[in-house]
Design a protein around this ligand. Sequence first.
Ligand SMILES: NC(=O)c1ccc[n+]([C@@H]2O[C@H](COP(=O)([O-])OP(=O)(O)OC[C@H]3O[C@@H](n4cnc5c(N)ncnc54)[C@H](OP(=O)(O)O)[C@@H]3O)[C@@H](O)[C@H]2O)c1
Ligand SMILES: [Zn+2]
Ligand SMILES: [Zn+2]
Length: 338
Amino acid sequence: MKAIRYHGPDQPFILEQVAIPEPGPGQVRVKITAAGMCHTELHFMSGVLNLGVHPLTMGHEIVGHIDAVGPNVKSSRVGERVIVYYYAGCGKCRYCRTGEEQICQDLQEEYGFISDGGYAEYIAVPERNAVPLPDNIDDVHAAPIGCGVTTAVHAARLTGLKSREWAVIYGAGSVGFGLIQLAKAQGANVIAIGRTTAKLKQADSLGADICLDATKVKTAEEVRRITGGHGADVVFECVGSTETMPLAAQMLGRRGRLIFIGYTGPDFHINPVQLIVFEQKIMGSVGASLEDLYTAVDLVSTGLVRTIIDRTLPLGEFANGIEHLKSGKLVGKAVLVP
Ligand SMILES: NC(=O)c1ccc[n+]([C@@H]2O[C@H](COP(=O)([O-])OP(=O)(O)OC[C@H]3O[C@@H](n4cnc5c(N)ncnc54)[C@H](OP(=O)(O)O)[C@@H]3O)[C@@H](O)[C@H]2O)c1
Ligand SMILES: [Zn+2]
Ligand SMILES: [Zn+2]
Protein backbone atom coordinates (compact mmCIF):
# COMPACT_ATOMS: atom_id res chain seq x y z
CA MET A 1 0.00 0.00 0.00
CA LYS A 2 1.01 3.63 -0.31
CA ALA A 3 2.11 5.50 2.82
CA ILE A 4 3.64 8.89 3.56
CA ARG A 5 6.75 8.34 5.64
CA TYR A 6 8.74 10.58 7.95
CA HIS A 7 12.52 10.13 7.84
CA GLY A 8 13.63 12.44 10.65
CA PRO A 9 13.99 16.21 11.16
CA ASP A 10 14.85 18.34 8.12
CA GLN A 11 13.99 15.47 5.77
CA PRO A 12 11.06 15.60 3.36
CA PHE A 13 8.10 13.24 3.85
CA ILE A 14 8.21 10.56 1.14
CA LEU A 15 5.40 8.58 -0.52
CA GLU A 16 6.52 4.94 -0.32
CA GLN A 17 5.20 1.41 -0.77
CA VAL A 18 4.89 -0.57 2.49
CA ALA A 19 3.20 -3.85 3.44
CA ILE A 20 -0.52 -3.83 4.26
CA PRO A 21 -0.79 -4.49 8.04
CA GLU A 22 -2.54 -7.67 9.22
CA PRO A 23 -4.78 -7.27 12.29
CA GLY A 24 -3.28 -9.14 15.25
CA PRO A 25 -5.19 -10.62 18.22
CA GLY A 26 -7.72 -8.10 19.54
CA GLN A 27 -7.12 -5.77 16.59
CA VAL A 28 -9.17 -4.51 13.67
CA ARG A 29 -7.84 -3.29 10.35
CA VAL A 30 -9.21 0.01 9.10
CA LYS A 31 -9.40 0.83 5.39
CA ILE A 32 -8.58 4.54 5.61
CA THR A 33 -10.82 6.96 3.71
CA ALA A 34 -9.80 10.30 5.28
CA ALA A 35 -6.77 11.51 7.24
CA GLY A 36 -6.50 15.08 8.51
CA MET A 37 -3.22 16.98 8.36
CA CYS A 38 -2.14 18.59 11.64
CA HIS A 39 0.20 21.49 12.40
CA THR A 40 2.15 18.98 14.54
CA GLU A 41 3.52 17.45 11.34
CA LEU A 42 5.35 20.73 10.72
CA HIS A 43 6.99 20.30 14.14
CA PHE A 44 8.14 16.81 13.12
CA MET A 45 9.62 18.24 9.91
CA SER A 46 11.45 21.07 11.69
CA GLY A 47 12.55 18.91 14.63
CA VAL A 48 10.72 21.08 17.23
CA LEU A 49 9.04 17.78 18.12
CA ASN A 50 11.44 14.86 17.88
CA LEU A 51 10.29 11.57 19.35
CA GLY A 52 13.20 9.76 17.69
CA VAL A 53 11.11 7.21 15.78
CA HIS A 54 11.60 6.98 12.00
CA PRO A 55 10.93 5.90 9.34
CA LEU A 56 7.32 6.35 10.38
CA THR A 57 3.99 6.74 8.61
CA MET A 58 2.55 10.14 9.59
CA GLY A 59 -1.06 11.03 10.35
CA HIS A 60 -3.10 10.87 13.56
CA GLU A 61 -6.58 12.04 12.42
CA ILE A 62 -7.72 8.75 10.95
CA VAL A 63 -11.15 7.76 9.60
CA GLY A 64 -12.30 4.74 7.60
CA HIS A 65 -14.16 1.47 7.85
CA ILE A 66 -13.17 -1.84 9.37
CA ASP A 67 -12.29 -4.26 6.58
CA ALA A 68 -10.81 -7.15 8.60
CA VAL A 69 -10.60 -8.33 12.21
CA GLY A 70 -7.95 -10.30 14.03
CA PRO A 71 -8.40 -13.27 16.42
CA ASN A 72 -10.77 -12.61 19.37
CA VAL A 73 -12.67 -9.79 17.63
CA LYS A 74 -16.29 -10.25 16.53
CA SER A 75 -16.58 -10.43 12.74
CA SER A 76 -19.74 -8.29 13.03
CA ARG A 77 -17.45 -5.25 13.31
CA VAL A 78 -16.43 -5.60 9.66
CA GLY A 79 -17.95 -2.74 7.67
CA GLU A 80 -18.29 -0.38 10.67
CA ARG A 81 -17.35 3.27 10.01
CA VAL A 82 -14.83 4.36 12.64
CA ILE A 83 -12.47 7.07 13.81
CA VAL A 84 -9.19 6.01 15.41
CA TYR A 85 -8.17 6.98 18.96
CA TYR A 86 -4.45 7.53 18.45
CA TYR A 87 -3.09 6.44 21.87
CA ALA A 88 -2.81 2.92 23.24
CA GLY A 89 -1.63 2.98 26.85
CA CYS A 90 -0.27 0.14 28.96
CA GLY A 91 -3.65 -0.26 30.68
CA LYS A 92 -1.92 -0.74 34.05
CA CYS A 93 -0.31 2.51 35.21
CA ARG A 94 -2.12 4.96 37.51
CA TYR A 95 -3.00 7.20 34.54
CA CYS A 96 -4.37 4.40 32.35
CA ARG A 97 -6.36 3.12 35.33
CA THR A 98 -8.24 6.43 35.42
CA GLY A 99 -8.68 6.63 31.65
CA GLU A 100 -5.98 9.27 31.07
CA GLU A 101 -3.85 7.15 28.78
CA GLN A 102 -2.50 10.21 26.90
CA ILE A 103 -0.08 10.52 29.85
CA CYS A 104 0.53 6.76 30.22
CA GLN A 105 3.88 5.93 31.82
CA ASP A 106 4.47 3.06 29.38
CA LEU A 107 2.76 4.06 26.15
CA GLN A 108 2.45 1.12 23.75
CA GLU A 109 1.32 2.96 20.62
CA GLU A 110 0.77 6.50 19.46
CA TYR A 111 -0.34 6.39 15.84
CA GLY A 112 1.38 9.00 13.69
CA PHE A 113 3.83 9.86 16.51
CA ILE A 114 5.72 6.70 17.52
CA SER A 115 3.67 4.08 15.61
CA ASP A 116 2.68 4.02 11.93
CA GLY A 117 -0.27 6.35 11.40
CA GLY A 118 -2.98 7.24 8.94
CA TYR A 119 -1.34 8.72 5.83
CA ALA A 120 -1.73 5.30 4.28
CA GLU A 121 -4.39 3.01 2.89
CA TYR A 122 -4.74 0.76 5.95
CA ILE A 123 -3.95 0.71 9.66
CA ALA A 124 -4.34 -2.06 12.27
CA VAL A 125 -5.34 -0.90 15.79
CA PRO A 126 -6.75 -2.45 18.99
CA GLU A 127 -10.51 -2.77 18.55
CA ARG A 128 -11.27 -0.29 21.39
CA ASN A 129 -9.31 2.35 19.44
CA ALA A 130 -11.77 2.05 16.53
CA VAL A 131 -14.57 4.34 17.75
CA PRO A 132 -17.91 4.09 15.87
CA LEU A 133 -18.95 7.11 13.78
CA PRO A 134 -22.60 8.12 13.42
CA ASP A 135 -24.00 8.37 9.87
CA ASN A 136 -24.58 12.12 10.09
CA ILE A 137 -20.81 12.88 10.02
CA ASP A 138 -19.16 12.18 6.67
CA ASP A 139 -15.63 10.78 6.58
CA VAL A 140 -13.89 14.02 5.57
CA HIS A 141 -15.65 16.12 8.22
CA ALA A 142 -14.97 13.40 10.80
CA ALA A 143 -11.20 13.45 10.29
CA PRO A 144 -10.48 16.69 12.25
CA ILE A 145 -12.34 15.28 15.23
CA GLY A 146 -9.42 12.87 15.79
CA CYS A 147 -7.02 15.58 17.00
CA GLY A 148 -8.47 19.06 16.40
CA VAL A 149 -11.73 18.62 18.30
CA THR A 150 -10.46 16.11 20.88
CA THR A 151 -7.60 18.45 21.77
CA ALA A 152 -10.14 21.22 22.37
CA VAL A 153 -12.35 18.95 24.51
CA HIS A 154 -9.39 17.79 26.57
CA ALA A 155 -7.91 21.25 27.15
CA ALA A 156 -11.27 22.74 28.09
CA ARG A 157 -11.81 19.88 30.54
CA LEU A 158 -8.41 20.45 32.20
CA THR A 159 -9.09 24.17 32.71
CA GLY A 160 -12.51 23.53 34.27
CA LEU A 161 -13.92 26.35 32.09
CA LYS A 162 -17.23 27.60 33.51
CA SER A 163 -20.14 29.51 32.02
CA ARG A 164 -19.78 33.33 31.99
CA GLU A 165 -16.01 33.10 32.29
CA TRP A 166 -13.85 34.96 29.76
CA ALA A 167 -12.00 32.51 27.52
CA VAL A 168 -9.30 33.69 25.13
CA ILE A 169 -8.44 31.44 22.22
CA TYR A 170 -4.96 32.63 21.22
CA GLY A 171 -4.46 31.30 17.68
CA ALA A 172 -7.57 31.02 15.54
CA GLY A 173 -6.57 27.88 13.63
CA SER A 174 -7.70 24.28 13.57
CA VAL A 175 -7.62 23.60 17.31
CA GLY A 176 -8.83 27.16 17.93
CA PHE A 177 -11.94 26.70 15.77
CA GLY A 178 -12.98 23.73 17.92
CA LEU A 179 -12.22 25.61 21.14
CA ILE A 180 -14.26 28.66 20.14
CA GLN A 181 -17.37 26.54 19.60
CA LEU A 182 -16.82 24.40 22.67
CA ALA A 183 -16.27 27.42 24.94
CA LYS A 184 -19.45 29.03 23.56
CA ALA A 185 -21.37 25.78 24.08
CA GLN A 186 -20.17 25.84 27.70
CA GLY A 187 -21.52 29.37 28.14
CA ALA A 188 -18.20 31.23 28.21
CA ASN A 189 -17.53 34.67 26.70
CA VAL A 190 -15.06 34.07 23.90
CA ILE A 191 -12.28 36.27 22.53
CA ALA A 192 -10.48 34.79 19.51
CA ILE A 193 -7.07 36.15 18.49
CA GLY A 194 -5.48 35.64 15.07
CA ARG A 195 -3.64 37.44 12.33
CA THR A 196 -5.36 36.46 9.09
CA THR A 197 -8.65 38.09 8.11
CA ALA A 198 -10.14 34.93 6.59
CA LYS A 199 -9.46 32.92 9.76
CA LEU A 200 -10.85 35.68 11.99
CA LYS A 201 -14.00 35.78 9.81
CA GLN A 202 -14.31 32.03 10.30
CA ALA A 203 -13.84 32.47 14.07
CA ASP A 204 -16.61 35.06 14.04
CA SER A 205 -18.98 32.78 12.12
CA LEU A 206 -18.27 29.98 14.63
CA GLY A 207 -19.58 32.20 17.42
CA ALA A 208 -16.60 34.06 18.92
CA ASP A 209 -17.99 37.13 20.73
CA ILE A 210 -14.95 39.25 19.88
CA CYS A 211 -12.19 38.66 17.32
CA LEU A 212 -8.89 40.49 17.69
CA ASP A 213 -6.34 40.90 14.91
CA ALA A 214 -2.94 40.62 16.62
CA THR A 215 -1.34 42.63 13.81
CA LYS A 216 -3.57 45.61 14.60
CA VAL A 217 -4.10 45.73 18.38
CA LYS A 218 -2.08 45.19 21.56
CA THR A 219 -3.77 41.93 22.48
CA ALA A 220 -3.07 41.85 26.23
CA GLU A 221 -4.21 45.45 26.74
CA GLU A 222 -7.27 44.88 24.59
CA VAL A 223 -8.31 41.76 26.55
CA ARG A 224 -7.94 43.73 29.83
CA ARG A 225 -10.08 46.54 28.41
CA ILE A 226 -12.80 44.19 27.09
CA THR A 227 -13.01 42.32 30.40
CA GLY A 228 -13.35 45.53 32.41
CA GLY A 229 -9.82 45.27 33.76
CA HIS A 230 -10.26 41.76 35.12
CA GLY A 231 -8.35 39.86 32.43
CA ALA A 232 -9.09 36.43 31.01
CA ASP A 233 -10.25 33.55 33.20
CA VAL A 234 -8.77 31.07 30.77
CA VAL A 235 -6.23 31.57 27.98
CA PHE A 236 -5.89 28.69 25.53
CA GLU A 237 -2.38 29.22 24.10
CA CYS A 238 -2.60 27.61 20.66
CA VAL A 239 0.53 29.29 19.26
CA GLY A 240 3.33 29.18 21.85
CA SER A 241 5.74 31.66 20.22
CA THR A 242 8.12 34.19 21.79
CA GLU A 243 5.60 36.84 20.79
CA THR A 244 2.42 35.20 22.10
CA MET A 245 3.52 33.49 25.35
CA PRO A 246 4.25 36.66 27.36
CA LEU A 247 1.10 38.32 26.02
CA ALA A 248 -0.98 35.30 27.02
CA ALA A 249 0.44 35.58 30.54
CA GLN A 250 -0.14 39.35 30.68
CA MET A 251 -3.84 39.03 29.79
CA LEU A 252 -4.54 36.46 32.52
CA GLY A 253 -6.83 37.56 35.35
CA ARG A 254 -7.06 36.60 39.02
CA ARG A 255 -7.44 32.81 39.42
CA GLY A 256 -6.76 32.68 35.67
CA ARG A 257 -5.64 29.47 33.97
CA LEU A 258 -3.13 29.61 31.13
CA ILE A 259 -3.09 26.37 29.22
CA PHE A 260 -0.43 25.53 26.64
CA ILE A 261 -1.55 23.59 23.59
CA GLY A 262 0.72 25.04 20.89
CA TYR A 263 4.51 25.35 20.97
CA THR A 264 7.17 26.56 18.56
CA GLY A 265 10.40 25.70 20.40
CA PRO A 266 11.34 28.58 22.73
CA ASP A 267 11.04 28.46 26.53
CA PHE A 268 8.44 30.38 28.49
CA HIS A 269 9.42 32.58 31.45
CA ILE A 270 7.24 34.00 34.17
CA ASN A 271 7.86 35.63 37.53
CA PRO A 272 6.20 33.49 40.23
CA VAL A 273 5.06 36.63 42.03
CA GLN A 274 2.40 37.06 39.33
CA LEU A 275 1.18 33.50 39.90
CA ILE A 276 1.23 33.95 43.67
CA VAL A 277 -0.50 37.27 44.07
CA PHE A 278 -3.20 36.49 41.50
CA GLU A 279 -3.46 32.75 42.34
CA GLN A 280 -3.00 31.80 38.71
CA LYS A 281 -2.31 28.40 37.18
CA ILE A 282 -0.19 27.43 34.21
CA MET A 283 -0.71 24.04 32.68
CA GLY A 284 -0.21 21.96 29.56
CA SER A 285 -2.60 19.78 27.59
CA VAL A 286 -1.57 16.82 25.50
CA GLY A 287 -3.86 14.92 23.16
CA ALA A 288 -6.98 13.50 24.70
CA SER A 289 -8.42 10.52 26.50
CA LEU A 290 -10.55 7.89 24.74
CA GLU A 291 -13.56 9.37 26.52
CA ASP A 292 -12.66 12.83 25.16
CA LEU A 293 -12.85 11.34 21.65
CA TYR A 294 -16.33 9.91 22.36
CA THR A 295 -17.35 13.37 23.64
CA ALA A 296 -15.89 15.06 20.56
CA VAL A 297 -17.81 12.72 18.21
CA ASP A 298 -21.04 13.53 20.11
CA LEU A 299 -20.38 17.29 19.93
CA VAL A 300 -20.02 17.12 16.15
CA SER A 301 -22.90 14.69 15.69
CA THR A 302 -25.29 16.92 17.66
CA GLY A 303 -24.13 20.02 15.75
CA LEU A 304 -22.58 21.83 18.73
CA VAL A 305 -19.20 21.79 16.99
CA ARG A 306 -18.56 22.00 13.24
CA THR A 307 -15.30 20.90 11.68
CA ILE A 308 -13.94 23.21 9.01
CA ILE A 309 -12.39 21.74 5.87
CA ASP A 310 -10.26 23.87 3.58
CA ARG A 311 -9.51 21.17 1.00
CA THR A 312 -9.21 17.46 0.33
CA LEU A 313 -6.21 15.95 -1.42
CA PRO A 314 -5.22 12.49 -2.68
CA LEU A 315 -2.27 10.91 -0.81
CA GLY A 316 0.04 11.74 -3.71
CA GLU A 317 -0.56 15.47 -3.21
CA PHE A 318 0.32 15.59 0.48
CA ALA A 319 3.24 17.94 -0.29
CA ASN A 320 0.71 20.53 -1.48
CA GLY A 321 -1.11 20.18 1.87
CA ILE A 322 2.15 20.57 3.82
CA GLU A 323 3.08 23.68 1.81
CA HIS A 324 -0.29 25.29 2.47
CA LEU A 325 -0.16 24.35 6.15
CA LYS A 326 3.31 25.92 6.40
CA SER A 327 2.26 29.11 4.63
CA GLY A 328 -0.63 29.55 7.09
CA LYS A 329 -3.08 29.86 4.20
CA LEU A 330 -5.42 27.04 5.17
CA VAL A 331 -8.70 28.13 6.74
CA GLY A 332 -9.57 24.81 8.35
CA LYS A 333 -8.10 21.41 7.62
CA ALA A 334 -6.48 19.81 4.65
CA VAL A 335 -7.70 16.22 4.61
CA LEU A 336 -5.98 13.45 2.66
CA VAL A 337 -8.32 10.97 0.99
CA PRO A 338 -6.26 7.83 0.34
N1 LIG B 1 -1.18 19.79 22.79
C1 LIG B 1 -1.73 19.01 21.86
O1 LIG B 1 -2.17 17.89 22.13
C2 LIG B 1 -1.84 19.52 20.47
C3 LIG B 1 -2.76 18.97 19.57
C4 LIG B 1 -2.88 19.54 18.29
C5 LIG B 1 -2.07 20.60 17.93
N2 LIG B 1 -1.16 21.07 18.84
C6 LIG B 1 -0.30 22.23 18.52
O2 LIG B 1 -1.12 23.37 18.69
C7 LIG B 1 -0.72 24.38 17.78
C8 LIG B 1 -1.91 24.81 16.94
O3 LIG B 1 -2.32 23.74 16.11
P1 LIG B 1 -3.37 24.00 14.96
O4 LIG B 1 -3.58 22.69 14.27
O5 LIG B 1 -4.54 24.73 15.47
O6 LIG B 1 -2.50 24.94 14.00
P2 LIG B 1 -2.99 26.08 13.01
O7 LIG B 1 -4.23 25.64 12.33
O8 LIG B 1 -1.82 26.42 12.19
O9 LIG B 1 -3.38 27.27 13.98
C9 LIG B 1 -2.47 28.10 14.63
C10 LIG B 1 -3.01 29.49 14.50
O10 LIG B 1 -2.21 30.37 15.26
C11 LIG B 1 -2.25 31.64 14.62
N3 LIG B 1 -1.07 32.41 14.99
C12 LIG B 1 0.22 32.13 14.75
N4 LIG B 1 1.01 33.10 15.27
C13 LIG B 1 0.18 34.01 15.82
C14 LIG B 1 0.39 35.24 16.49
N5 LIG B 1 1.62 35.74 16.68
N6 LIG B 1 -0.68 35.92 16.94
C15 LIG B 1 -1.93 35.44 16.74
N7 LIG B 1 -2.19 34.28 16.11
C16 LIG B 1 -1.15 33.58 15.65
C17 LIG B 1 -2.27 31.30 13.15
O11 LIG B 1 -2.96 32.31 12.47
P3 LIG B 1 -2.27 33.10 11.27
O12 LIG B 1 -1.97 32.10 10.21
O13 LIG B 1 -3.32 34.07 10.91
O14 LIG B 1 -1.04 33.71 11.84
C18 LIG B 1 -3.04 29.98 13.09
O15 LIG B 1 -4.36 30.17 12.70
C19 LIG B 1 0.44 23.78 17.00
O16 LIG B 1 1.66 24.14 17.66
C20 LIG B 1 0.20 22.30 17.11
O17 LIG B 1 1.36 21.54 16.94
C21 LIG B 1 -1.02 20.56 20.07
ZN1 LIG C 1 -2.79 16.82 15.78
ZN1 LIG D 1 -0.40 3.32 31.21
